[in-house]
Design a protein around this ligand. Structure first.
Ligand code: SAH
Ligand code: F3S
Length: 478
């Protein structure tokens, strides 16, 4: 349902169209955020030129790659379990199989992986995927291979990703890589490096290709999409100083969004993730101007307490956040807002927690992703603080915010009952194969009887009932 993928869910192995000339078999699966899933498409594209077709049968793979997530300890534990599984297959069934770790855990643990996890042959960080052919050659020569060098420039803009595990309808298009924000709890700036933006032309070209192949919706992807900026064909480092940089023609996120929406009026456009401190009003105006840009903003806040926000090094207060929310409501009255929240950050008091609940009451998010704080080695928060909120307290606070979110979600879904909402059909409903499932602009899941419609259709659906997260209705002629 959601664009953002829950880090705790099982990874998906990805399969793409086979090339007859390719004789080797790649099993690639991804955990974590949408960016990882998008990166795996780049990796599969690179390896397709190295003689690999994808398979979803682990046992028959020549090469197993796992794209990993470090955001919370639990995410890393999930990957370790998968490595044990590969190990068992390698030992019992397929001794020639090679195993590589990609992504954030590769970057965080580097060579340690080779020492600790004897099964791993290759460790490749998020900016080193173009080096895969060389690394593979090393592995085939019987050596271990590691490349975890982070880049200030790599955007993979020149690689056209193969669309994996795809329904042929929604696609992820990355526009920035890395993050410069340094939220104190977060490992991403360490594992994904400095922020860099991708050439707008390569973004537009990729989306044009997607349109040509029948895709109906794209999500522009970045850790912090609002800070997207492209300096007239050059790179930030090419400019001597800020003034010179300002003089150059820069493309901002709102301009990019407008270029995309204008170029593809038939395509639905989404973006994720927005960061409160960098989001500007011009984005809302572009959203209001182009009906194909979906009325949904994922706007993580993390906490409703100013003291905690400060300790998190978030560059906004709750007041500034609420002013931004008011602006959204004013310019985009039908826009849904969703959140990320962390509960039990070090030193969080009962009052801080109450402030979070109070902020949620003020905003009334459509949905959200809520997590217990997980200490990440090397981050500022880990260096400065004890992880001092007891597990039971974290758990109870998490339950309270999840419950409140459920209540707000239910109120929002209820407000659609009796109304009509436009839905892009994305898949058959998991519960009932005679029903379609899709999302409306607000990113709320809608299910309804198939009744002659097909995947990829955009349909008006009259909503008859709902649960706290799903709308239930029937397609109507108009
Ligand atoms: N800007 C990113 C954020 C990536 S991390 C984006 O594109 O969404 C996704 C979410 O995980 C964060 O918003 C935060 O709520 C949560 N998170 C990050 N580090 C965490 C930690 N150490 N413990 C618990 N949750 C964390
Ligand atoms: Fe992490 Fe904050 Fe960037 S949550 S990804 S450091 S915006």
């Amino acid at each position: 349902m959601e664009k953002k993928i829950d880090e705790t869910k099982q990874g998906n192995s990805l399969v793409l169209e086979a090339k007859d000339s390719n004789k080797r078999k790649l099993f690639i699966e991804s955990y974590g955020c949408a960016m990882n899933f998008s990166d795996s498409e780049i990796v599969a594209s690179i390896l397709s030129n190295q003689g690999f077709n994808t398979t979803n049968e682990l046992e028959e793979a020549d090469l197993v790659l796992v794209n990993t997530c470090s955001i919370r300890d639990k995410a890393e534990q999930t990957v370790r379990k998968r490595l044990e599984k590969y190990n068992a297959v390698k030992r019992d069934i397929n001794p020639k199989m090679k195993v590589g770790v990609l992504g954030c855990m590769a970057e965080r643990l580097k060579e340690k992986f080779l020492d600790e996890e004897k099964i791993v042959d290759m460790v490749v960080g998020p900016d080193a995927y173009k080096d895969l052919p060389n690394l593979l050659a090393e592995v085939e020569a019987g050596n271990d291979a590691v490349n975890v060098i982070l880049s200030k420039e790599e955007t993979y803009g020149d690689i056209s990703p193969v669309r994996l595990n795809s329904n042929g309808i929604n696609a992820l298009v990355s526009i920035t890589r890395g993050c410069d924000n340094m939220c104190t709890f977060c490992v991403v700036p360490f594992t994904r490096g400095r922020e860099r933006s991708r050439n707008p032309q390569s973004i537009l070209d990729e989306i044009q290709d997607l349109a040509n192949t029948g895709y109906k919706e794209i999500t522009l992807l970045g850790q912090n999409v609002d800070s997207y900026v492209w300096y007239g064909g050059g790179l930030k480092k090419d400019f001597k100083n800020a003034t010179e940089m300002e003089k150059a023609t820069a493309t901002s996120f709102s301009q990019l969004l407008e270029m995309v929406a204008k170029a593809q009026p038939q395509m639905r456009v989404r973006f994720s993730t927005s960061n409160p401190q960098d989001m500007t009003e011009d984005v809302f105006h572009v959203m209001a101007k182009y009906p194909n840009i979906c009325n949904h903003i994922h706007l993580p806040v993390q906490s409703g307490s100013n003291r905690i926000l400060k300790e998190m090094n978030r560059q906004h207060t709750t007041e500034e956040y609420l002013t931004l929310v008011d602006k959204i409501r004013e310019i985009l009255p039908n826009c849904s807002i969703s959140q990320d929240m962390i509960t039990g950050f070090p030193t969080e008091t009962e009052q801080d927690h109450k402030d979070t609940l109070a902020l949620m009451e003020k905003v009334r998010y459509a949905f959200g992703y809520m997590y217990k704080y997980s200490e990440r080695p090397g981050t500022m928060a880990a260096r400065k603080f004890e992880d001092d909120v007891p597990e039971a307290t974290k758990k109870r606070r998490l339950t309270e915010i999840v419950e409140l979110q459920r209540k707000h979600g239910a109120e929002i879904t209820q407000s659609f009952v009796g109304k009509t909402t436009e839905v892009l059909i994305e898949r058959a409903s998991k519960k009932n194969p005679n029903e379609w499932s899709g999302r409306n602009e607000q990113s709320i899941t809608v299910v309804f009887p198939k009744a002659g419609y097909k995947l990829g259709d955009i349909v008006k659906v009259k909503i008859n009932s709902c649960t706290s997260a799903t709308l239930i209705g029937e397609a109507v002629n108009y």
